[in-house]
Design a protein. Sequence first.
Length: 82
Amino acid sequence: MLKNIRTMEKILERITVNTAQCSGRPCIRGMRIRVSDVLDLLAIGLSSEQVLLELPDLEADDIKACLIYASAKINHPVLRAA
């Protein structure tokens, strides 16, 4: 389990945020390819292989990083008033 967490953390290093680039939105490895661009392509039904063909600067681990990043962003505790 710990090895998996370390692997995920390493893959997440591919996600970069620079306030001077893409309005501070998360991008892949400092390129102007936003995480949301990759997720949008997957959401409309492209396979990972098709995304890699569409965005040739990407690597397979970049797609994994986008998915892990999105999962982490929506997986937060929800506080409810008692």
